[in-house]
Design a protein around this ligand. Structure first.
Ligand code: AMP
Length: 283
């Protein structure tokens, strides 16, 4: 396994691999890897000739009062996990290289970036789209894998790739959860034992909403109220949003269907957690 920090070196290696006809599979991450990331890497290993993992805590997708400086990092441990998953190249650029002095170009994906996390984190998806576009230009992947844990991010990337004719197949992967249902996240490391227990209300809400849907409920107002009540039972959890939206366009709905996305964002102490499900989709 090769570890490359230099952007030019990564780009020339990718160019020569492509000339040899190699299929490059790519998993972009912010590191502090867990089983969710590993599931993307294993699928990438299966689908590509060369598997590239990037680790980059992208400053431009963090808001001013967010956790950029606190974000957990452990590149050594990440490299061990990467090696176990069969990664060929770990790409670890630094912020100075990615955003050199005078940097002034960005990608904005408009409508799909606006609601949900886009509303509570202004500019976040511009930062995501811009860094992913840059990483695609450097790594030149044939396919890139993203988790559905970050459902809106996946929708933004799919839209960007379609709109800008990027020659990359986007693969969306299921949410990997702990045995008790908590969606895996690098940010779970911030939680105290007590907070972690409270965080299980997210999964409880997902399960309850799916049950209501399976039992025939279709009214968004009824389902939203039930979801808010489930989360409300945990006094230390504050709701950022509980929304039912079209799973493709992320537009609001009044009546849910198989393709409806339930998206949740909460804060527990200083920690922001998200979860989601598409009501009619198998888990
Ligand atoms: P991050 O390092 O948090 O930026 O995540 C990197 C990639 O891993 C993104 O495509 C995430 O959606 C994906 N990911 C993070 N957590 C999970 C999870 N629990 N299950 C599946 N994919 C995940």
């Amino acid at each position: 396994m090769q570890i490359i920090s230099d952007i030019q070196q990564m780009q020339s290696l990718a160019t020569s691999l492509k000339r040899e006809g190699k299929r490059i599979a790519f998993v972009p991450t912010m590191g502090f890897l867990h089983a969710g990331h590993a599931s993307l890497l294993r699928e990438g290993r299966r689908r590509g000739d060369v598997l590239v993992l990037s680790i980059f805590v992208n400053p431009i997708q963090f808001g001013q009062n967010e956790d950029l400086d606190l974000y957990p990092r452990d590149v050594e441990r990440d490299c061990r996990i990467a090696a176990e998953c069969g990664v060929d190249i770990v790409f670890t650029p630094d912020a100075a290289g990615m955003y050199p002095p005078g940097f002034q170009t960005g990608v904005t994906v408009r409508e799909v970036s606006l609601p949900l996390c886009g509303a509570s984190r202004p500019g976040h998806f511009d930062g995501v789209a811009t860094v992913v576009a840059k990483l695609f230009n450097i790594v030149q992947p044939d396919l890139a894998l993203f988790g559905r844990k970050d459902y809106q991010q996946l929708a933004v990337i799919r839209r960007m790739v379609l709109d800008l004719c990027m020659p990359v197949e986007i693969v969306g992967m299921p949410i990997v959860r702990e045995t008790d249902g908590l969606a895996m996240s690098s940010r779970n490391a911030y939680l105290s034992q007590e907070q972690r227990r409270s965080a299980l209300c997210l999964h409880r809400t997902v399960v309850a909403a799916r049950k209501m849907f399976a039992a025939g409920e279709r009214r968004v107002d009824v389902m939203r109220k039930a979801a808010q009540e489930t989360i409300g039972q945990e006094p230390s959890v504050s709701i950022e949003y509980v929304e039912f939206r079209d799973g493709a366009t992320l537009e609001e709905q009044e009546i849910v269907d198989n393709a409806t996305l339930l998206a949740l964002a909460v804060k527990i102490g200083q920690t922001r957690l998200i979860d989601n499900t598409v009501l009619g989709e198998e888990l």
